[in-house]
Design a protein around this ligand. Structure first.
Ligand SMILES: Cc1cc2nc3c(=O)[nH]c(=O)nc-3n(C[C@H](O)[C@H](O)[C@H](O)COP(=O)(O)OP(=O)(O)OC[C@H]3O[C@@H](n4cnc5c(N)ncnc54)[C@H](O)[C@@H]3O)c2cc1C
Length: 390
């Protein structure tokens, strides 16, 4: 049979600078992230110092304007960096994606003064962000959120509970969506809340199926006072801001999913060429060869779709439908590919001695976060057929 050595991913990158960037990321991943991923995930350890290192290396603000400390990289390049990070450790790839999501409201809707004051530290000052939309009783129906912000002189006073917050309790700043007006999407406003604000506290992190190193926690706002200067965008504009952040964020999730799937395929390929049964490498058997071929095809299709959506975004064209399609296809592919990788490894795949069981547990969450895959289908259908007439 042919040599089954794992080949590096063939990437289409627009510039020499982008190729150098990816090479730097691969080197950093091999040196700092991959060697510790399995042990730290098993121990549930959050690698705060890695995020400081990524920030120092300019990797926490890649798609943002260099005038504010960003990296000026096209989205198609930023997403491929995320893919490499997530392939080594999803806690890190997803963490960078969430950080980027949490900077979106300020970068896109903040005033010039707000951006000048906060963005440089958020993008390259070793600060870590979190994005607070979900609540215990509002997930998919995010516009029904109840956390309140009430005006008091020059301040706003926030009261309520946010749920499922990635980096909850460890973030330096929180982009928070709160209700300042009546019911529904039009009554929501965005705020930038410092992590050490008085009255802000985090519950113990959730005990999750995977990504144990990434803290996910409820956040309690008990009369948290923030000045009006920390309101992002207009009053009532918050939900539109949240959705626009999610369009971009979903592409980050898609890229992370392809990273996890690629890592699972690489592991399965290596194993299948080494493991022998019936006197031959198991990679000789057509039953497995077809499975590996399907896995590789789903990964390439997913990568092509998220890159096509990213290129629309980079060209300033609408990309919301394509972002939902990419999130749906890439995360479903990751679930299928990681499940098949466990199958390729047989009984060994079901043990913690190999990383494929971790990849399978990690893939599951990607079908849920930033809009479940049912919600992605609703978004796509709305683009195709208009709003639901009920
Ligand atoms: C590890 C993790 C990290 C997260 N990080 C963050 C974060 O940083 N910030 C944040 O704000 N949120 C975060 N979330 C929350 C996440 O976005 C929500 O879990 C998700 O949006 C789904 O909401 P829910 O869990 O309340 O499920 P529900 O909305 O209660 O949905 C339950 C089920 O019903 C389905 N469903 C709901 N409505 C419909 C419908 N109309 N049609 C068809 N099916 C439907 C859903 O698809 C799902 O299968 C995180 C979640 C997890 C698990």
């Amino acid at each position: 049979m042919a040599d089954g050595a794992v080949q590096p991913v063939e990437r289409q990158l627009p510039t020499e600078e982008a190729r150098d960037l990816l090479a730097l990321v691969r080197e950093l991943v091999q040196r700092e992230i991959a060697p510790h991923a399995a042990d730290e995930e098993a121990a549930g350890r959050f690698p705060r110092e890695l995020f400081a290192l990524l920030s120092e290396s300019g990797l926490l603000g890649l798609p943002y304007d260099s005038a504010f400390g960003g990296g000026d990289q096209p989205y198609e390049v930023y997403l491929q960096v995320l893919e490499e990070l997530a392939a080594a450790r999803l806690t890190v790839g997803l963490g960078v994606s969430v950080h980027s999501l949490s900077c979106h409201a300020l970068a896109g809707y903040g005033t010039k003064e707000q951006r000048a004051e906060h963005l440089p530290r958020m993008l390259g000052g070793k600060l870590l962000g979190a994005y607070c939309l979900s609540e215990p009783s509002s997930g998919s129906d995010a516009a029904s959120l109840r956390t309140k912000a009430v005006r008091d002189g020059d301040d706003w006073v926030l009261t309520g509970t946010k749920a499922w917050i990635t980096h909850g309790g460890v973030a330096d700043f929180y982009t928070v969506l709160a209700r300042t007006g009546g019911e529904g999407a039009k009554g929501v406003t965005a705020f930038l809340v410092p992590g050490d604000a008085e009255g802000l506290s985090a519950a113990a992190p959730e005990k999750k199926m995977g990504m144990s190193g990434s803290p996910t926690a409820q956040l309690h706002f008990d009369g948290v006072r923030v000045p009006d200067a920390r309101r992002l965008g207009d009053e009532g504009q918050g939900f539109a801001i949240a959705l626009s952040a999610l369009d971009s964020g979903r592409l980050g999730i898609a890229a992370c999913a392809i990273g996890v799937a690629q890592a699972a395929l690489d592991e399965a390929l290596t194993y299948a060429t080494e493991r022998r049964q019936f006197g031959r490498p198991i990679a000789d058997f057509q039953g497995l060869r077809f499975m590996l071929a399907d896995m590789a095809t789903q990964i390439e299709a997913g990568r092509a779709l998220y890159l096509a959506a990213a290129r629309l975004r980079d060209a300033g064209k609408p990309f919301s439908k394509q972002a939902a399609m990419a999130k749906l296809l890439c995360t479903d592919a990751a679930m299928k590919v990681t499940t098949d990788a466990v199958q390729v490894l047989g009984g060994y795949g079901y043990t913690a001695d190999f990383p494929v069981e971790r990849y399978m547990r990690e893939a599951k969450v990607l079908q849920i976060v930033e809009g479940t895959n049912q919600i992605q289908r609703m978004v796509i259908a709305r683009h195709l057929a208009g709003p639901d007439s009920r």
